[in-house]
Write a protein that binds this ligand. Sequence first.
Ligand SMILES: Cc1cc2nc3c(=O)[nH]c(=O)nc-3n(C[C@H](O)[C@H](O)[C@H](O)COP(=O)(O)OP(=O)(O)OC[C@H]3O[C@@H](n4cnc5c(N)ncnc54)[C@H](O)[C@@H]3O)c2cc1C
Length: 371
Amino acid sequence: MKRLVLLGGGHAHVKVLAELARRPLVGWDVHLVSPYRRQIYSGMLPGWVAGHYPIESCAINLNTLAADARVAFHETTGAGVSPAINEISCSDGTRLRFDLLSIDTGSLPAIDQLPGSLEHALPIRPIEEFVSAWPGIVDRMLSRCRRFDLVILGAGAAGVELAFAIQYRAMVDGWSHLRITLVGSGALPLDGGPVRQRQQAANLLMQRGVAWQAERRAVEISTDHINFEQGLPLGFDACFVVTGAAAPTWVRASGLATNERGFIRVGPTLQSVSHPQIFAAGDVAAYADNRPKSGVFAVKAGPVLADNLRAVCEGRLPRRWTPQTRALYLISTGNRYAIASWGPWAWGGAWVWYWKDRIDRGFMRRFGTDA
Ligand SMILES: Cc1cc2nc3c(=O)[nH]c(=O)nc-3n(C[C@H](O)[C@H](O)[C@H](O)COP(=O)(O)OP(=O)(O)OC[C@H]3O[C@@H](n4cnc5c(N)ncnc54)[C@H](O)[C@@H]3O)c2cc1C
């Protein structure tokens, strides 16, 4: 029997698993490798921090999805891929041969150039580690009588949503001695977004009492402060690192063709340009048409990946896909309010949050949660 291995339980692979549950692949033995039995949906993570959702509502149960699809589940982390011998190695020593491999392992925070990130701060990914660490940070903050400084380094969508979510939770739970500072390298938060939305975000941060430090490039994190290229260091009691996306190091070591940032170069069929027996989708992939690292493109790749894996397994030609040029971004601002953007347009309101909530819950319902 031939073997298909799915490495990572990301947004595109949950769609592949759901499709396999609907229609199994005849003659193929399918395996899923994932370090965790659930996949926390990043779009709802700030809502969990804000207190809007229990964590169970934000987690897709990979275990159940795999069981429904009759896919063997390996609870471990992929540590290396050898395309020359069609084998992956895992951190628990497992070696898995494959005829076809699909990679959807996401990205990591860009901390290569930021020494001290792992020792003295908490990167947002792996999200499971963030979820485990957050209650301890809240306890540490509550046990403190004097001011507690929380710094969020990185003012992209994730950093901004997190700042608003924590500020809202602080207001509701009366954490009056918590001071939140959001630090970004641009003049405004949400780099790359339309100016109107970026200005809206900056104004809201100010109204809510979140300190905003613009145009600051961190170079090092030490025990209790961050050093920057220029200007004074910034002290903290806790620091979250939510800097841009970086590729996992094992990708480059695998010999797969990558772009200059180390992400797997794939063609329009989502096959590696160097090794067509390997597919990649989501943040870990560098699409033929360059797109931002965002959940939207991982989700949209899901149906194409599911179709193309099936096509190749059944000896048919895979189809070509061009990711959409514009995507809808919905940024929650803590208090059941959200700001949206589509290309150059931006708008905001409570209705935007309810719209986002409906989309997010709808996405989770399709794949099954523990809630
Ligand atoms: C707080 C936050 C909010 C965000 N909000 C938005 C938003 O509103 N809209 C938006 O478009 N984007 C948002 N993003 C970005 C979005 O999360 C990512 O672009 C998206 O998760 C990428 O999906 P993916 O499938 O590539 O990877 P992921 O969702 O990261 O999934 C990867 C999976 O692979 C597993 N994995 C990792 N390494 C390995 C390995 N070596 N072996 C096996 N398994 C592995 C992981 O455990 C995980 O289950 C947000 C990010 C964060 C952190």
